[in-house]
Design a protein around this ligand. Structure first.
Ligand SMILES: NC(=O)c1ccc[n+]([C@@H]2O[C@H](COP(=O)([O-])OP(=O)(O)OC[C@H]3O[C@@H](n4cnc5c(N)ncnc54)[C@H](OP(=O)(O)O)[C@@H]3O)[C@@H](O)[C@H]2O)c1
Length: 177
């Protein structure tokens, strides 16, 4: 069965964006390491599909770059049944957990759960997150959008690997038990 992999970066205090969605703390060039992509290319090799919430999609559209995932099938979750699909994404409204379960049963490569916190929470609650590749950025933000929302069900994971980088990033790879 295809795995759903949450590949995501968070601050030390567990935020994935500032309250207004700002990601400057994550993309700061000070963190760039020569010949190091923190497993990103390997992740892209292993997946053919992405899942994201509409807030994350809108944030991506605001980047001053072409759509970053032109070669994968991209699903955007929304509660709005009238969002028109486009060249790069298909909108999914309704039972997003049921949709993801079906997707996992289809043949294909693994599935990248891009985020954000709302969607992560729905899929974690439904036991649909198989693997988390979490990169901790050495900064506290004080406030922001959490990786999982408050009150999310307790879920245990098994650590597969941890790796510290020269720039202070620490990457933790967890699988569900
Ligand atoms: N640090 C990182 O690696 C990382 C990774 C990913 C995202 N992010 C950041 O996370 C932020 C967004 O996170 P977020 O938690 O605010 O939002 P999100 O999970 O990206 O998207 C929320 C939206 O998803 C839809 N949605 C939520 N629950 C749903 C359900 N049960 N069924 C159908 N649709 C549902 C709704 O869209 P509608 O309003 O259209 O109904 C909702 O507004 C952005 O700033 C993004 O940049 C950071």
């Amino acid at each position: 069965m295809r795995k759903v992999i949450l590949y995501i970066a968070a601050s030390i205090d567990n935020f994935i964006a500032k309250p207004d969605g700002n990601l400057d703390w994550l993309t700061d060039p000070v963190y760039t390491l020569k010949d190091e992509d923190f497993g990103y290319a390997a992740l892209l090799q292993s997946i053919d599909t992405t899942l994201m919430g509409n807030a994350t999609y809108k944030e991506i559209l605001g980047f001053d770059t072409p759509f970053p995932y032109p070669d994968t099938t991209n699903y955007v979750f929304t509660r709005n049944k009238d969002e028109p699909d486009n060249e790069f994404v298909k909108f999914i409204a309704g039972d997003i957990a049921g949709f993801t379960r079906e997707l996992k049963n289809q043949t294909g490569k693994d599935i990248w759960l891009i985020g954000g916190g709302q969607i992560n929470t729905v899929l974690l609650e439904e036991k649909l997150v198989d693997r988390i590749i979490l990169t901790i950025i050495p900064v506290t933000l004080g406030d922001g959008i959490p990786m999982f929302q408050k009150g999310t069900v307790e879920t245990r994971f098994k650590l597969e690997k941890s790796q510290a980088y020269e720039n202070g990033f620490v990457q933790l790879i967890y699988n569900t038990k």
